[in-house]
Design a protein around this ligand. Structure first.
Ligand SMILES: OC[C@H]1O[C@](O)(CO)[C@@H](O)[C@@H]1O
Length: 458
């Protein structure tokens, strides 16, 4: 929003609004602007490491509560901001909140979910993220129209509403049976299980939980465990899947969509409107993945989504390159031309939202065996946050230097990740978690690690 830029980032505002001769690609290149966006992810990365201990020792509820409170305070500081430092402090508080929530909420969900619905509920996590993005984009569109130019305060402060929902939720929802057992609170667990599952006979699940908890207590060094040769495929996936998810370039559209649409010549309100459209497409396609993931499988969605994103990235790069050339000639794209670009961006978002978006969380969550689950999950989240931070931090500068080639840069990674999936990711559709080991044992490449040199008898 122009009043926001004028107040906190006047040099960006001047370049964008007043200087009609600047290279289009560099209009928004400002380090404080990117620091404002990216500081949140650095804070999230740090706090998710602390949160994993809180979640284990004090229960999921407490981590969720911390997440809600920190997020709430960040929203208040941001909504009341008078200077850039307040914005950045607010973003850091939001980041701490996200670190706690990202660590504990997926765990909470998967521990509460009945076994059969775990996949769908897991995608529910990503679905909620897309709903959050969509609602935020819609509100931004309306708040931007408020006379007096203070609508951005509502946009930033409004983040307090979902934070309050999380805070209150953490107080009224029960802790998970797994967590209670893990912390030695055996009484009351069976009653709780009966309530959650809606059946009387919970003896078997109770015993399973106790056995699982005993087993995980025997693992003294989950982090060192993860480095064992037999966990090489898991460690590889815990690092590469979140890395690739971010290298699709999705957050260029999610974070800087309005900035980007502005760059190609739309007015401020039209740019915010396109953010609503991409947000809507993102949400709808995530629903598609809920229905198709167990039907067509993970590999199909990854490969189809990758191909779709690749084609769109090449088309968008070509369209922008042809018009702005390498020197970023000032002037907007013709309307119809800009609409074609927006259309292919939407098809790109569709491709992401039914593949790497949800599967980037689902696949890691179902392939880690219990003894390394929490450590591997922390690696997964940290790598995700780290690369979200990197892209958020360098995107505007990359756009300025790599120009339309930026889209080809991400396209290159989409090719690499699709080959990676094709050759190295086994299909995990319909395989019970406790039988997952077999999948690696019969894989052409990973079998040499999990079988420890000797091939499986069959
Ligand atoms: O839907 C897009 C969103 O999904 C994620 O890739 C993973 O949750 C985020 O980094 C992104 O902002």
């Amino acid at each position: 929003m122009a009043p926001f830029l004028r107040k906190f980032f006047p040099s960006v505002y001047r370049k964008e609004a007043l200087d009609k001769f600047t290279n289009q690609y560099c209009k928004f290149d400002s380090e404080t602007l990117t620091l404002f966006t990216s500081s949140l992810y650095l804070a999230a990365l740090l706090s998710s490491l602390v949160a994993s201990t809180v979640t284990r020792k004090f229960g999921r509820k407490l981590s969720i509560l911390f997440g809600g409170l920190l997020f709430c305070s960040g929203a208040i500081v941001n909504g009341a901001a008078k200077a850039v430092w307040m914005l950045i402090v607010g973003r850091i508080l939001l980041g701490f909140g996200i670190g706690f929530a990202n660590q504990s909420v997926p765990l909470y969900l998967s521990e509460m979910a009945p076994y059969k619905y775990r996949g769908a509920l897991n995608i529910g996590f990503q679905l909620s993220i897309t709903i959050g993005i969509l609602v935020a984009n819609i509100l931004n569109y309306f708040f931007a129209q408020i006379k007096g130019g203070w609508g951005w305060r509502l946009s930033l402060g409004g983040a307090g509403v979902p934070a309050l929902i999380i805070t209150v939720g953490s107080l009224v929802l029960p802790d998970t049976p797994n967590s209670m057992i893990e912390r030695g609170q055996h009484e009351g667990v069976k009653t709780k299980l009966r309530r959650i599952r809606g059946v009387h006979d919970v003896e078997e699940e109770f015993n399973d939980l106790v056995v699982a908890s005993e087993a995980s207590k025997l693992v003294e060094h989950p982090w060192r465990n993860l480095l064992q040769r037999k966990y090489r495929p898991h460690l590889t996936m815990a690092i590469l899947i979140p890395f690739f998810q971010q290298l699709t370039g999705i957050n260029v559209i999610m974070f800087y969509g309005p900035v980007f649409f502005n760059t190609i010549g739309f007015a401020d309100d039209a740019s915010l409107m396109f953010a609503v459209i991409t947000g809507g497409v993102n949400f709808l396609a995530t629903i598609v993945s809920i229905y198709s993931v167990d039907k067509w499988g993970r590999r199909f969605l990854f490969l189809e989504g990758g191909t779709q994103m690749l084609i769109c990235q090449i088309i968008v790069a070509t369209c922008i390159g042809v018009k702005f050339r390498v020197d970023g000639e000032p002037g907007a794209l013709p309307k119809w031309y800009a609409i074609v670009v927006v259309l292919f961006i939407c098809i790109y978002v569709l491709g992401f939202a039914w593949s790497w978006g949800p599967l980037g969380w689902l696949v890691p969550s179902e392939i880690f065996p219990l003894e390394i689950r929490s450590a591997a999950q922390s690696v997964n989240i940290s790598v995700n946050m780290f690369f979200t931070f990197i892209i958020a931090q360098i995107f505007l500068n990359m756009l300025c230097h790599m120009k339309f080639g930026l889209f080809l840069f991400f396209a290159f990674f989409v090719v690499v990740m699709s080959f990676f999936i094709y050759f190295f990711l086994p299909e995990t559709k319909g395989i019970p978690i406790e039988e997952m080991a077999e999948v690696w044992k019969s894989h052409w490449f990973w079998s040499r690690y999990v079988n420890d040199g000797s091939r499986h008898p069959n």
